[in-house]
Design a protein around this ligand. Structure first.
Ligand SMILES: [Zn+2]
Length: 211
């Protein structure tokens, strides 16, 4: 894996490569951005939405965090990073679609399942524990059914997390209103790291199927 120093070599390649070859695009982009799609993905280093969807700069507005989660609409004190990004994308950029993309082998979902970080101090796992505890409700039936270890339980948790985020997205008044009007579509997706297959959620059946 590369150090930041080695990444500067990559930057040099970018400057002589894509920066030059896509000059017209960058000329346009300096005027502003107008992506049609927002993607909410996991911070996991293996699941880069721009690579998976093979899109260029300016095409997707992205938020990444532990387990690709969207918290519910909350007005409590605190700094609501996902809510701010969602608000900006939906109300100001007026994206047409919001995609929540979970993934296989998700450490955040695994921790939600095992609750190994439960009770840890802030800075010692407590921030992660309190972030992923928004999956506690869906964890219960999965843990009861499949246990808390192994890929079957983990995958069930990973898929359930996408549905939790979609449900939480729908607690935001601006999302509710635009979805009702038909100017915003929500989508659930799941990228299986083991075979590189993207699955899309059919919200009618609740099933994820290969794209
Ligand atoms: Zn993850």
């Amino acid at each position: 894996m590369k150090s930041f120093g080695e990444m500067i070599d990559g930057y040099a390649r970018f400057r002589t490569g894509a920066w030059q070859s896509q000059h017209e695009r960058w000329e346009q982009l300096k005027e502003g951005q107008s992506p049609q799609v927002m993607v909410i993905a996991c911070s996991d280093s293996r699941v880069d939405p721009a690579q998976i969807f093979d899109v260029d700069p300016g095409e997707i507005f992205v938020v990444r965090n532990v387990a690709a989660l969207v918290p519910p609409y909350e007005t409590t004190p605190g700094r609501h990073g996902v809510s701010a990004a969602l608000e900006f994308a939906v109300q100001f950029l007026r994206v047409r679609e919001v995609v929540v993309m979970g993934h296989g082998m998700c450490g955040g979902c695994q921790a939600a399942l095992t609750q190994d970080l439960h009770g840890n101090e802030l800075g010692e796992g407590g921030f992660v524990a309190h972030w992923i505890d928004m999956l506690d409700d869906v964890r219960e039936p999965i843990a009861a059914d499949l246990g808390t270890k192994g890929r079957d339980a983990e995958r069930a948790m990973e898929l359930a997390a996408v549905k939790v985020s979609l449900a939480n997205l729908r607690t935001f008044p601006c999302v509710q209103e635009k979805e009702k009007r038909g100017s915003l579509t929500l989508r659930g997706a799941y990228f299986a790291i083991s075979d590189g297959v993207l699955h899309l959620l059919d919200e009618t059946s609740g099933e994820f199927k290969p794209a």
